[in-house]
Design a protein around this ligand. Structure first.
Ligand code: BTN
Length: 259
């Protein structure tokens, strides 16, 4: 069954959730809806994706039963360079939502900029995209795509070393429905006060990068550095042999060294 809408629900925080059995990508569907004029807080969820997309043109493993695949349409009226704040804020919201499902108060780790990790392996990826029409530098909409490995299936060999699922780490399969509701709840709490950047404190608290030696990969070059902090614009403050600098996300990738 392709692109079959199975449910259409309204939830209390004003999110309109549209569920599908299978889509190419929830973010592609949200883009179509955005172009048709769908309102802010339209949320598309799919049981599986045939073309789940990750950052830097990578694909995102999205088989049926293994994950929560969702995309949100936002119209925040923020300049393009400020949309990064939505990504970092989302990382915090999703971390807090996941943490509400674990009984022992364990925190989810955030790897700069927006990957969520548990016990050293990736549990969630976030992909933020914008519409193509800009007015005074402001895109007409923003799409936030979230993919969480909930569990239920084994990863293919190439992912097993680097990715994990909530089920694998916790020994039980959490409810995707509950997780979705918690994410929307936590998201809403932070989104209403987005300009205050108060979420950055929670972000720094969960950072698995601050205080670590890292390798910075930028284009064809790479170098060693020590991550010493993250500023309120989510810039990574590093120290290298040449002094202190602040990295902005974009094309830069970091590897956290075991030390
Ligand atoms: C990454 O880690 O590179 C980002 C992965 C984002 C995956 C989610 S799954 C829901 C939404 N639809 C997509 O096609 N991608 C995002």
């Amino acid at each position: 069954m392709k692109n079959v809408k199975v449910e259409n629900v309204k939830v209390k925080n004003g999110f309109q959730i549209i569920k599908y059995k299978e889509l190419d990508s929830t973010s592609i569907r949200v883009r179509e809806l955005a172009e048709e004029g769908a309102p802010e807080k339209t949320v598309v969820v799919a049981d599986s994706q045939t073309n789940g997309r990750g950052r830097k043109g990578r694909s995102f493993f999205s088989p049926e039963g293994a994950g929560l695949y969702m995309s949100m349409l936002l119209r925040p009226g923020l300049a393009f360079q400020d949309t990064l704040s939505i990504t970092t804020m989302t990382a915090v919201a999703v971390a807090k939502a996941i943490e509400r499902l674990v009984p022992d108060g364990e925190l989810v780790d955030i790897k700069w900029v927006n990957d969520l990790f548990i016990h050293g392996k990736k549990i969630c990826g976030i992909l933020t995209e914008t519409g193509q029409k800009f007015t005074d530098g402001v895109p007409d909409y923003v799409i936030v795509g979230i993919g969480i490995n909930v569990g239920g299936l084994d990863f293919p060999e190439e992912l097993a070393e680097i990715a994990t699922s909530l089920e694998k780490e916790w020994g039980f399969l959490p409810s995707k429905e509950e997780l979705l509701n918690l994410i929307l709840e936590e998201f809403e709490k932070l989104y209403v006060k987005l300009p205050d950047v108060t979420y950055m404190e929670a972000y720094r608290k969960r950072s698995m990068v601050i205080g670590k030696n890292i390798r910075v990969l930028s284009g064809d070059t790479s170098y060693e550095a020590r991550a010493v902090g993250i500023d309120d614009r989510a810039g990574l403050i590093i120290e290298t042999a040449n002094g202190r600098e602040i990295l902005q996300s974009g094309e830069i990738t970091i590897r956290v060294q075991k030390s």
